[in-house]
Ligand binder design. Structure first.
Ligand code: ATP
Ligand code: MG
Length: 465
C-alpha cells in the first residue's frame, strides 16, 4: 500500500521541495498552505503522516498539532522548524509531536524519520484493529444472545430470568455444545453482580494440586515453585460470580473444599493459615450425569445437593428440532458477515438435511457446519453439497442414497446409521427392521466406530451387550 503524507507549510518552495523528495521515495503527497487547509484535507482523505511548519497564518502548527493529537491520535506529526526556534519544536514534542526537522531539511534524515514514523503508525493501526477484534469476540462470547423458540428452551429462559437476580447456586447440565457457558454468562449479566467480575475456571483442564491453588490461591513457599503469594479465583471473584465449568471432573479433596466455600463462604490459601471470607455467587456446569457420579461414589452427595439448589438443564439439540432453523439462520448471517460473503439463506433441501440430522455435538456442531458451508459455498444459497457428507446422509425423508462404486462395508454403515436415526437410536427396533440380531447390530456399531454417535439415544436399553 502507498502511504499518504500531508505536507503543511506556508512557503510554497519548501512544500514542493519536500513533496518531490517524498514522492521519489514512493509516497503519495498532498500539500496544504496552512493549518486550516490541512484540517479540511484530513476530513476528505485518509492521511498517514503529517509534516507541518510551526509558524503559519490562520491555524498555526501548534494548533494543528493539538487538534490532530486529540482527533487522530494514531497519525504521527513531524514538526518543521527554522534555526533558532528549536525550543518551540521541543515544546511541540512534549505536546505530542512525533519528532522535528530543522530547515533546511536534510533529505536523508527526512527519509529515515518518515519511515520510522510510518512504521509506528502501522503498529498503532494494527493494535487498534486487534483491540476491535478482541472486543468483538468478547462481546460475542459474553453478550451473545441465547436463541431458541422450543418449549424446553422457553423453560430455560424463564428459569434464567427467575434465578439470575438471586444469589442461588445454579447447576447447569446438558450435553457438550448445548450452551451451558452461554447460560452462565446470562446468569451473571442479568444479576446485580454484573459489574463485578465473572471468573471462569475450567476444572477439567487442571491437575488436582494446580486446581486447588488456582481456586484458593497459595502462600509463598506453599509448594515447589510457589515463589510468591498468589490470590485464587475465589478471591478474584469476590463480589461477583465464579463459574466452575466441568465440575464433574474434580477430585475428592477439592470437592470438600468447595463444599466448605458453599456452606461458609470461607477457605484458606494453600499453605496458609488465615481464613478468608468472600462474597461469591457460584455457578457450576457439567456434561456428566452427576447423580450417577454420586451413585458411583465419585462425587460427594452433600456437594451435589448444595450445587443443584437450582438446576438448569439444557436439552440436546435433537430434542428440540424446531430450534434448528432459527439457529442456522442466525449463524449463517453472522458467518456470512464475518467472511464478507453475500449469502441469502438455505436451499430447502439443505434446511431439510439440517433438520433431520442428529447433532451429537449440538449447537456447537451446527455452528461449525454452517460456518464451513458458508466458506465452501459458491452461490447465494447453501446447497446440500456445501454440507459435510455425514450430515446429508439421510436427507431424503424416506430413503437414502448410496452412490455406485462404494465398498459394501461403507454401504452397510450408511444403512445402519440411517435406520438408527430414523428410529430415534432405538437398537431393538432397528435390528428388527434390518432383520439382524441385536447383538449383531451392536457388534457392527462397534466395528464401524459409531458408538459415540448413538450412546445416548432415547428409548434404548444400553450398549453393554
Ligand atoms: N441457544 C443458543 N443460541 C445461540 N448460540 C448458542 C446456543 N447454544 C449454544 N450456542 C453456541 O454454541 C457454542 C457452544 O456453546 P457453549 O460453549 O455454551 O456450550 P457448552 O454447553 O458449554 O459446551 P461444553 O460442554 O462442550 O463446554 C457457542 O458458540 C455458543 O455461542
Ligand atoms: Mg462449556
Amino acid at each position: 500500500m502507498t502511504f499518504r503524507i500531508l505536507v503543511v507549510d506556508d512557503e510554497k518552495n519548501i512544500r514542493s521541495g519536500l513533496a518531490r523528495a517524498l514522492e521519489m521515495d514512493g509516497y503519495e503527497v498532498i500539500q496544504a498552505e496552512d493549518g486550516q487547509e490541512a484540517l479540511k484535507m484530513m476530513v476528505k482523505s485518509e492521511i498517514d503522516l503529517i509534516i507541518a511548519d510551526l509558524r503559519m497564518p490562520k491555524v498555526s502548527g501548534e494548533e494543528l498539532l493539538k487538534r490532530v493529537v486529540s482527533a487522530y491520535p494514531t497519525i504521527p506529526v513531524i514538526i518543521l522548524t527554522g534555526h533558532g526556534t528549536v525550543d518551540n519544536a521541543v515544546q511541540a514534542m512534549r505536546n505530542g509531536a512525533y519528532d522535528f526537522l530543522t530547515k533546511p531539511v536534510n533529505l536523508e534524515r527526512l527519509g529515515l524519520l518518515v519511515k520510522r514514523a510510518l512504521g509506528r503508525r502501522e503498529l498503532a493501526r494494527k493494535h487498534q484493529e486487534l483491540q476491535a477484534e478482541v472486543f468483538r469476540l468478547e462481546k460475542r462470547k459474553s453478550g451473545a444472545e441465547i436463541l431458541g423458540k422450543s418449549a424446553p428452551m422457553h423453560r430455560v429462559f424463564e428459569l434464567i430470568e427467575q434465578v439470575a437476580p438471586t444469589r442461588a447456586t445454579v447447576l447447569i447440565t446438558g450435553e457438550s455444545g448445548t450452551g451451558k457457558e452461554l447460560v452462565a454468562n446470562a446468569l451473571h449479566n442479568q444479576s446485580p453482580r454484573k459489574d463485578a467480575p465473572l471468573i471462569k475456571v475450567h476444572c477439567a483442564a487442571l491437575s488436582e494440586s494446580l486446581l486447588e491453588s488456582e481456586l484458593f490461591g497459595h502462600e509463598k513457599g506453599a509448594f515447589t515453585g510457589a515463589a510468591g503469594q498468589r490470590k485464587g479465583r475465589f478471591e478474584l471473584a469476590d463480589g461477583g460470580t465464579i463459574f466452575l465449568d466441568e465440575i464433574g471432573e474434580i477430585d475428592q479433596s477439592t470437592q470438600i473444599k468447595i463444599l466448605r466455600v458453599l456452606q461458609e463462604r470461607s477457605f484458606e490459601r494453600v499453605g496458609g493459615e488465615k481464613t478468608l471470607t468472600v462474597d461469591v455467587r457460584i455457578i457450576a456446569a457439567t456434561n456428566r450425569n452427576l447423580k450417577a457420579e454420586v451413585a458411583a461414589g465419585r462425587f460427594r452427595e452433600d456437594l451435589y445437593y448444595r450445587l443443584s439448589v437450582v438446576n438448569i438443564h439444557l436439552p440436546a439439540l435433537r430434542e428440540r428440532p424446531e430450534d434448528v432453523p432459527l439457529l442456522a439462520a442466525r449463524f449463517l448471517k453472522e458467518c456470512a458477515e464475518e467472511n464478507g460473503r453475500d449469502i441469502q439463506g438455505l436451499e430447502p433441501k439443505t434446511a431439510m438435511a439440517l433438520g433431520s440430522y442428529r447433532w451429537p455435538g449440538n449447537v456447537r456442531e451446527l455452528r461449525n457446519v454452517v460456518e464451513s458451508a458458508v466458506v465452501l459455498s459458491k452461490g447465494s444459497y447453501l446447497t446440500p453439497d456445501d454440507l459435510p457428507p455425514h450430515v446429508i446422509e439421510r436427507s431424503d425423508e424416506d430413503g437414502i442414497r448410496i452412490k455406485l462404486g462404494i465398498p459394501m462395508a461403507e454401504a452397510e454403515k450408511i444403512i445402519i446409521r440411517a435406520n438408527l436415526n430414523a428410529y430415534g437410536g432405538n437398537k431393538s427396533r432397528t435390528s428388527e427392521v434390518l432383520g439382524i440380531g441385536r447383538k449383531t447390530l451392536h457388534r457392527k456399531i462397534h466395528d464401524y466406530g459409531m458408538e459415540s454417535e448413538f450412546i445416548r439415544s432415547g428409548g434404548d436399553e444400553g450398549v453393554s451387550t
